[in-house]
Design a protein around this ligand. Structure first.
Ligand code: HEM
Length: 158
């Protein structure tokens, strides 16, 4: 693989990863937080000791922030600085601040490596001749987000 191709593949996978984490954050409400003191935020009062769930799933689909929020469009990140490392509050699938996921650097490298290896090593088709637009994207909510119907993809040796 030449260096230019490697760089292009890396960038594309980075956009795909961000878009996937925007639409399908694996931890949709982060981990429950607790307010240490009473705070006022956007004219709402959060009382001391309240349990706070941050709905990153809804934040990723907020039409006041994202254009065509329910469409999968990795190219939206082509001209954008936004990343997932806790600096841009519109996209915080790993949380932000002092309780940000400590596994972020490992997850970041591993997801890139796994996805790039799978795409580079195999061609893929859907099981039972399913068309991409017919994939059931319904989700099951819990601490972690799952697909209701698991994806069945068949690797074909290149
Ligand atoms: C794509 C993969 C991953 C995602 C999306 C993810 C997401 C998250 C999120 C949203 C939180 C809660 C942050 C908050 O409430 O502000 C969290 C916490 C945590 N994650 Fe991850 N994580 C991933 C991978 C990993 C890996 C690979 C490890 C360890 C090797 C890890 C270890 C932890 C730990 C220990 C915490 C608790 C931190 C604390 O509460 O202080 N995570 N993660």
């Amino acid at each position: 693989m030449n260096l230019l191709f490697q760089q292009a593949l890396f960038n594309n996978i980075w956009f795909i990863m961000k878009e996937t984490l925007r639409l399908h954050p694996p931890v949709p409400f982060l981990i429950p937080h607790k307010a240490e003191t009473e705070v006022e935020m956007c004219s709402y009062v959060v009382p001391k000791s309240a349990q706070v769930l941050v709905n990153v799933w809804a934040m990723g689909r907020d039409s006041s922030v994202w254009q065509n929020p329910t469409s999968f469009m990795p190219e939206r990140f082509l001209e954008s600085e936004i990343d997932v490392k806790g600096r841009y509050f519109e996209l915080i699938p790993f949380g932000a601040g002092r309780r940000i996921c400590p596994g972020l650097p490992l997850a970041h490298r591993m997801v890139h490596l796994m996805l790039a290896s799978l795409l580079y090593t195999f061609n893929w088709k859907l099981a039972h001749d399913l068309k991409p637009e017919d994939i059931d994207m319904t989700e099951k909510f819990g601490i972690a987000l799952h697909k209701s119907e698991p994806l069945l993809a068949v690797p074909i040796k290149v």
